[in-house]
Design a protein around this ligand. Sequence first.
Ligand code: ATR
Length: 269
Amino acid sequence: TDRYCVFGHPIGHSKSPAIHAAFAAELGEAIDYTAIEAPLDDFAGAWHDFVAAGGRGANVTVPFKEDAFRLCEVLSPRARRAGAVNTLILGGNGQTYGDTTDGVGLVRDLERHGVTLAGARLLVLGAGGAVRGVLEPLLTAAPASLVVANRTAEKAERLAADFRDLGEIRGGGFDEVTGPFDVVINGTSASLANELPPLPDDLFAAGATAYDMMYGAEPTVFLQWAGERGARGVDGLGMLVEQAAESFFQWRGRRPDTTPVLEALRRAL
Ligand code: ATR
């Protein structure tokens, strides 16, 4: 049985073991997937210990995605661009290969909800690691424009500059945001604190989608606000399942059907 895990700190509430167990059962793959709390000061040691004990790959979550990026001997182009790794893969030669599947997970979830990114006016809120990780696949989907808005405007400006070669992208502060937008993605951690970025009321175009990378049993404060202004709301539970499916594909070469797994997770929230 091949061993996989998710590394985080804390890691107790991770849904990844249940998601990957469901994928493995669906496809008849014999894998063992556990959650491991790595020490904050020695992520590389935790990964190498896991490999020594038979580990073949891992997911990486908060706060280790940059540590994982630094320890990889080979990086996928999308991980290099993101500056973060959420998927570690042990190569046949013993090298550690790093990838990031968060962005493709977001784009797949948007597609599954029937959202067309090509030609759309996109707004992304936030300029931290979560946003950096999704900009490449969003821009590759050929939107008409992409605005990154952040509490700290300079961070959004710098982020936009880093991705300018991939498409029409601009960065600035929340006060500079003028709609309408077809898709608004909240990648700030404001929802965690039940806070809302200061945004104008006329943000959404007709038929717009509001997406929050966070999720919960109840709509986040951002999705409630967006719903009151006519946007359709989608939370990040599907992104979680889709990024997991892409990691599973990187390890096993097979794509699980995500729909039943997502439905089961939703019921259990
Ligand atoms: P992550 O890895 O989740 O992206 P991060 O790198 O710490 O975490 O980034 C958090 C993001 O949420 C930042 O864009 C942050 O804004 P600043 O860059 O100005 O700090 C944003 N954020 C956090 N709390 C917020 C709040 N209450 N309102 C608006 N934005 C907030």
